[in-house]
Design a protein around this ligand. Sequence first.
Ligand SMILES: C[S@@+](CC[C@H](N)C(=O)[O-])C[C@H]1O[C@@H](n2cnc3c(N)ncnc32)[C@H](O)[C@@H]1O
Length: 244
Amino acid sequence: MGREGARTQILGEDFAARRARAREKLDAVDPHKRPGGIEADPKRREWFETVYALAEGDPAGVPWAYLEPRPLLEEWLASRSIAGLRALDVGCGLGDNAEALAHAGAHVVAFDLVERAVQWARKRFPKSAVDYQVADLFNAPKEWRGAFDLVHEFYTLQALPEALFPDAAHALASFVAPSGTLLIISRARDEGEALGGPPWPLTRKDIESFAVDGLRLVSLEDIGVSGDFPRHWRAEFRRGEAGA
Ligand SMILES: C[S@@+](CC[C@H](N)C(=O)[O-])C[C@H]1O[C@@H](n2cnc3c(N)ncnc32)[C@H](O)[C@@H]1O
């Protein structure tokens, strides 16, 4: 069994059934699932708001919530130390990845566009050291410029139309401090492979397009299909030293 299947099984059959019903409802109201629907909600803001509103506190209603950190992030954290680093979690959802970063010793700011998501994360982790904030990737607080040694994003880019990638790339790069790292983990597809979606798995070229404003792609792992766990990219970008 793949990792996705295993996780749903741990959460139980009832959770899986509620998740399936929620997905159906959410697909029905997602303008990006209809031809020509993109103009109605180009940044998918309304849809993300709708996800958390319709969930009414049930994590099964949030299609990306598994109530644990993403295994591909945990694996990455297990092979290095981030103790003492300033980390930013982009599009934090219900907070599990942000908590994993904090557990690993980083000082974490985590943000999401949707206030309901941020309130939910705070409620789930009342004693958390994570600073959860409501913010928009495309209009983030000025004081975050160059303020983070590690900027982490998981599955947010693949949930956004690719027309937003250039702006997203500049925004993500702007957060990275001298010598800092941007870590992007997303589903992967080959150039020319049917896009489907949303979510829209990224191509190698998409990933490479995030090397902007002084960031260099220093590692790109192509993590193959395993059971029902789909192919992923895990990409690390680094900024040179100040003045380098
Ligand atoms: C697909 S979910 C991924 C959540 C989480 N990173 C995870 O791994 O489960 C994308 C998240 O990004 C948030 N989001 C979407 N657009 C955003 C934006 N412009 N700024 C900040 N967060 C955004 C959504 O509300 C949602 O919680």
